[in-house]
Design a protein around this ligand. Structure first.
Ligand SMILES: Nc1ncnc2c1ncn2[C@@H]1O[C@H](COP(=O)(O)OP(=O)(O)O)[C@@H](O)[C@H]1O
Ligand SMILES: [Mg+2]
Length: 373
C-alpha cells in the first residue's frame, strides 16, 4: 500500500425494489480497506403508496406519476433522516446518498428502451441537504445495455475470492445472479434469472391476503405440480442467452393466470409450491449452466428469509456451499442498499460501474446524475 490511502468516507444507499415492501437505507463507511455497514433503517411502504405504485402502467395519468415521484422523495428523506438520527452521524459527514428510486417501468428491449425510477432526486437533495446520486440505469440503457443488473460490480468488490469460484444470488422481487469465477473484474458475469419472490408474493396476497409466504411454510406443505412447472419453465425468458433483465411488468399475475388457464383446478397451495420451485429451479439452472466450477453460492435479498426456497436451491446443488452473505461482510437484507451506496461512491469518484459483459452496454460508463447538496 502507498501512503495515499484516501480518508474514510460515509455514504447512504437507498433501495426500494420490485417487492414494494419497504425503503431500505444503509449507512456505510468506506475506507481504503473496504466497506462496512454502520447502520440501517427500513421504513415499510405505506399500503396506499404500495398499491398506487403497483398500479402504474403506460396508461397512468401524468399527474399520478408526478405525485408518486414527489411522495417517494419525501419518504426517502424520512428514511435517511431516521437513519442519521439512529446512528448519531451528522449529515455534513455524508458524501452522498445513492438513491436507486422506485422502478415503475423497465423495458430495455423495446423500440424506445427505458427504465423509469421515481423519487425526485432534486427534491431529495433539497430536503436532506446532502448530495444525491440517482438515475443509475438509464445511462447504461442509452449505450445499448439492459441497465440491469447493476449489483455485479459491487458484488465483485465485496465478495470475489482469488481462490474460490463464487456466485452471488440476490432474491428480491426479481432474482439476479452474479458470476465471480475469480477476483479478476474482467471475468464478472451476471443477469436476472427471472422471478424471485414476486409471483409467490402476489399469489399468497390473492389467496390469503398476506404480503408474503413467511419462511415459505405454505409452499413447503405440498408437492409441486410437475405439469404446471413445465408450462411455466417454457417461457422463453428462461432459455434466452444473457444479457437479459426483467421486471414485474413481465412476470406478473397476468403472466401466471394465462398459464394457469391450461392447468385449471389446482389447489392454490400447490400453485404456491410450484412458484417456489420455479424460482429455485431457474436459479439452480443458471448456476449449473453459467458457473459450472462454482464452489460457493452466497444468497442475499429478502428471499434469503424464505427457508423453503433456500433449501430447494441448496438441495439441487449438493456439492456446493450455499449460505447467506452475512458471514462475508454484508447482512443479506442490506446488500442491495449497500450496493447503491457503493455505486454513488463510484460515480462521485468519476469511475464507471456498469459491467458491459453483464448489461450488454457498448462500454463502461459513469452511472447516474449528481444532484448537489
Ligand atoms: N420471513 C420471510 N419469509 C419469506 N419471505 C420473506 C421473508 N421476509 C422477506 N421475504 C421476501 O422478501 C421480499 C423482500 O425482499 P427484498 O430484497 O426487499 O426485495 P426487493 O428488492 O424487490 O424490494 C418480500 O416481498 C418477501 O417476498
Ligand atoms: Mg425491498
Amino acid at each position: 500500500m502507498n501512503d495515499a490511502i484516501p480518508p474514510a468516507e460515509h455514504y447512504v444507499g437507498l433501495m426500494t425494489g420490485t417487492s414494494l415492501d419497504a425503503v431500505d437505507a444503509a449507512l456505510v463507511r468506506i475506507t481504503g480497506h473496504g466497506m462496512h455497514l454502520n447502520g440501517s433503517k427500513s421504513l415499510p411502504l405505506p399500503d396506499g403508496l404500495r398499491r398506487r405504485i403497483a398500479a402504474v402502467s403506460p396508461g397512468t395519468p401524468l399527474r399520478e406519476i408526478l405525485d408518486l415521484d414527489h411522495a417517494l422523495a419525501i419518504l426517502y428523506a424520512e428514511a435517511v433522516n431516521a437513519l442519521l438520527e439512529d446512528t448519531g452521524i451528522d449529515r455534513s459527514a455524508i458524501t452522498a446518498v445513492g438513491c436507486h428510486g422506485q422502478t415503475v417501468w423497465h423495458e430495455p428491449d423495446s423500440e424506445t428502451p427505458t427504465s423509469l425510477q421515481l423519487g425526485n432526486p432534486s427534491l431529495l437533495a433539497q430536503q436532506l441537504h446532502i448530495t444525491v446520486v440517482a438515475d443509475f440505469r438509464r445511462r447504461d440503457i442509452a449505450a445499448g445495455g439492459q441497465g440491469a443488473p447493476l449489483a455485479p460490480a459491487f458484488h465483485h468488490a465485496m465478495f470475489a475470492s482469488k481462490t474460490e469460484p463464487r456466485v452471488v444470488v440476490n432474491i428480491g422481487g426479481m432474482a439476479n445472479i452474479t458470476l465471480l469465477p475469480d477476483a479478476n473484474p474482467d471475468h464478472i458475469g451476471g443477469f436476472d434469472t427471472g422471478p424471485g419472490n414476486v409471483l409467490m408474493d402476489a399469489w399468497i396476497d390473492r389467496h390469503q391476503a398476506k404480503p408474503f409466504d413467511r419462511d415459505g411454510s405454505w409452499a413447503a406443505g405440498v408437492e409441486v405440480d410437475g405439469k404446471l412447472l413445465d408450462i411455466l419453465r417454457t417461457d422463453p425468458y428462461f432459455a434466452a442467452t444473457p444479457p437479459k433483465s426483467t421486471g414485474r411488468e413481465y412476470f406478473s399475475l397476468d403472466w401466471l393466470d394465462l398459464r394457469l388457464d391450461v392447468r385449471q383446478g389446482l389447489a392454490p397451495q400447490v400453485v404456491q409450491a410450484t412458484l417456489c420451485e420455479l424460482t429455485a429451479g431457474t436459479i439452480r439452472d443458471a448456476i449449473r449452466k453459467y458457473a459450472p466450477d462454482c464452489k460457493r453460492v452466497l444468497l442475499c435479498g429478502g428471499g434469503t428469509r424464505n427457508r423453503h426456497l433456500c433449501s430447494r436451491i441448496a438441495a439441487g446443488l449438493p456439492d456446493l456451499k450455499v449460505e447467506p452473505t452475512d458471514d462475508h461482510g454484508a447482512p443479506a437484507d442490506w446488500v442491495e442498499a449497500m450496493g447503491f451506496a457503493w455505486l454513488a461512491r463510484e460515480t462521485m469518484a468519476g469511475r464507471p460501474a456498469n459491467v458491459p459483459a453483464v448489461t450488454g452496454a457498448e462500454k463502461p460508463l459513469i452511472l447516474g446524475g449528481v444532484y448537489s447538496r
